[in-house]
Design a protein around this ligand. Structure first.
Ligand code: UDP
Length: 457
């Protein structure tokens, strides 16, 4: 049998690159050759972020695509990125596959692509590659797409995805109820973006209904009890990075590992970790209220404050805040989040409930303070607070701001709730089990690897 060679293509956003790169690292361990495609901009960000690290990028062949981004384009405008990729991607892929066929022992054998880019499958199929889709979020949200026709029929939403009936609904008896206002496209106030995201959900739904193999970063029992998962979906989560730090993690910002040394000095179960992923942004008013709430709580905290997290940063405010909380609070631009969440000093995770963060927190037994920002994060919050009962919602005040008093109140409530912590530890035990012999990760990952290898001659 020859060596499989996977062409891996994430949607070019941080929360998509990280898990697909982790999947790639694992495939390298199973003797796959990997070619990983990044946009030029993201590749430059990753290599620059890694320039001071001891990571070894050599076991993966990184290639770049010119996606037509122009100076001044907003790198967070996902709809615009999507539009650009639609223009350039099919021709680029054809060319890349053609070139690989001309190099001896370099031919691609399979194509692992983000489900958001499922429309590229035809190019790969035509070239005879095995194809696999990758979904970065959970099984519950993956199954929303195929349920859209039923939601329309039941009068929950109209043909454009606009909510007709407010309240809770269930897409199937096995999946916990969701709120119509939490549907992933509903949070976008701009109608063009909302309709674009709705269309994307419909497209994802269409692929779920085919026989196409879909890998999903979740594990058995987490979202649907013990119900049967559709046969074309393989749960291969949790995709946490191994503690072997030499492998590239695909961060767009340089990780500041000094926070681990700081955490080492803090008592067990004492620190609030605050991080809102790679895209969420706070306006200045909310940003200040969060800082003042942390101060008011009197607790220790580690805050991963990404550059640009607040568009209107007030340097003076931040400097005064830092000096007032010195010793008990640490701020870094980008934390080694998985390592942080695994640290015994961490008591809870104030999070935007992005799916990667959700999996990382729950796999480490950390309870959540939920502060969702957009897309499927409101549904993830529902799982955390209502289904698994391992977190609390941060409620908005009348002025649409989470107040400092609400922050203090919820921090105290969560940190003194032993039952919540016990449930979080039970979920961690489930996650641990899933990666052991007989667990869903190992079974499904082996099945996937064997399937990819079986067609290589
Ligand atoms: N992350 C990190 N350091 C930080 C903030 C985030 O390593 O300071 C990582 C986090 O571990 C997760 C990813 O960035 O893997 C964010 O993905 P998620 O799905 O949670 O949110 P998104 O960025 O897509 O909104």
């Amino acid at each position: 049998m020859g060596q499989p060679h996977a062409l891996v293509f994430p949607f070019p956003a941080q929360g998509h690159v990280i898990p697909l790169l982790e999947l790639s690292n694992r495939l390298v361990e199973r003797e796959f050759k990997i070619t990983f495609v990044n946009t030029e901009l993201n590749h430059a960000r990753i290599t620059s972020a890694m320039s001071n690290s001891s990571c070894d990028m050599n076991h993966i062949n990184f290639v770049t695509i010119v996606d037509g981004a122009e100076e001044g384009d907003d790198p967070n405008d996902l709809a615009r990125i999507y539009e650009r990729l639609q223009q350039v991607l099919p021709a680029y892929l054809e060319e890349l596959i053609k070139k690989s066929n001309m190099v001896e022992n370099h031919k691609f054998t399979c194509f692992i692509v983000d489900i958001f880019l499922a429309w590229t499958l035809d190019v790969a199929k035509k070239a005879g590659l095995q194809t696999v889709l990758f979904y970065v979020a959970g099984l519950g949200t993956l199954l929303i797409g195929p349920s859209v026709p039923k939601l329309i029929e039941d009068g929950i939403i109209d043909e454009q995805g606009e909510v007709k009936t407010k309240g809770k609904f269930q897409i199937s008896p096995e999946i916990p109820s969701m709120r119509s206002a939490d549907l992933p496209w509903q949070c976008f106030s701009d109608i063009k973006t909302r309709h674009h995201m709705f269309k994307l959900t419909l497209n994802v739904g269409a692929t779920v209904n085919t026989e196409e193999l879909i890998l999903c970063n979740s594990f058995s029992g987490l979202e649907m009890g013990n119900c049967i998962v559709p046969p074309n979906i393989l749960l291969i989560g949790p995709l946490l990075a191994s503690q072997e730090f030499k492998k590239p993690k695909g961060y767009f910002w340089e990780e500041d590992t000094s926070c681990i040394t700081w955490l080492d000095k803090q008592p067990p179960n004492s620190v609030i970790y605050i991080a809102f992923g790679s895209l969420a942004m706070f306006d200045h008013c909310q940003f200040e209220e969060l800082a003042l709430g942390l101060e008011l709580s009197g607790k220790r905290f580690l805050w991963a404050m990404r550059p640009g997290f607040t568009g209107e940063e007030d340097v003076g405010f931040l400097a005064r805040f830092r000096s007032r909380v010195e010793g008990r609070g640490m701020i870094v631009s980008w934390a080694p989040q998985q390592q942080v969440l695994a640290h015994c000093s961490i008591a809870c995770f104030m999070s935007h409930c992005g799916w990667n963060s959700t999996m990382e927190g729950l796999a480490n037994g950390v309870p959540f303070l939920c502060w969702p920002y957009f897309a499927e994060q409101f549904i993830n919050q529902g799982y955390i607070c209502d289904v698994w009962k391992i977190g609390l919602r941060m409620n908005l005040g009348g002025n649409k701001v989470v107040s400092r008093e609400e922050i203090k109140r919820k921090v105290e409530e969560l940190m003194s709730d032993e039952a919540m912590k016990a449930r979080a530890m039970q979920l961690k035990a489930m996650a641990d089990k899933s990666v052991k012999k007989g667990g869903s990760y190992l079974e499904n990952f082996n099945c996937f690897v064997n399937r990819m290898k079986s067609s290589v001659h």
